[in-house]
Design a protein around this ligand. Sequence first.
Ligand SMILES: O=C(CO)[C@H](O)[C@H](O)COP(=O)(O)O
Length: 242
Amino acid sequence: MNPTPASQAIRLAPSLLSADFARLGEEVRAIEAAGADLVHFDVMDNHYVPNLTVGPLVCEAIRPHTTIPIDVHLMVEPVDALVPLFAKAGAAIISFHPEASRHVDRTLGMIRELGCKAGLAFNPATPLALLEHVLDKVDLVLLMSVNPGFGGQKFIPGTLAKLRQARTLIDAHVAAGGQPIWLQVDGGVNAQNIGTIRAAGADTFVAGNAVFGAPDADRGYHTILRRLRAHAADLSPHRSAP
Ligand SMILES: O=C(CO)[C@H](O)[C@H](O)COP(=O)(O)O
């Protein structure tokens, strides 16, 4: 993964959850052309979260439509049996929630052995406590800034303190010679709050509704992604609050 320092990195990951599911291939091509860094692919099982979305067959179907990494977020329980299926389907990153695995360390190891980057996802009320025990096995930390299950929700401001906490842990790990770890935020991210979220330590931003549901989305995604990137880069004290 790109070891760009957190102070410089801005990675945009449009979430397909808000895309037009009847035209997924086209949507994926459009966000890549508009400058997306990742395709965020939300998997929901109507068990771990109260919604049902897509599985490995759909991941495999969109894979030939893009060259950028597919970033799979598993909101499923149990998680282990699905990991090899998504690795085979072309996922580059696979994230899961610690509550959904009996053996978090083993699941992280399995993801990496299959050649993918391993992500650990934390709900708004899940403490980061276990992270320090597996930091050397994690490539991405995903902080949910809404309760998982649905797009279009409002950013939970308490996530900012947790982002700062995660940033401190990651920076200390990297300073001690550890591998780079991306810090991703997911839920309610938009042009108004992305600067504040980045200032709190995030470097990778999932946005569903703010991309696919933007009022000017019918004119393509270039302007929308450019706007998000510009606001993320604005670290002035005058930026808007979440
Ligand atoms: O994981 C998710 C929901 O569980 C979505 O990725 C997330 O909510 C992004 O959608 P939006 O930007 O519309 O909030």
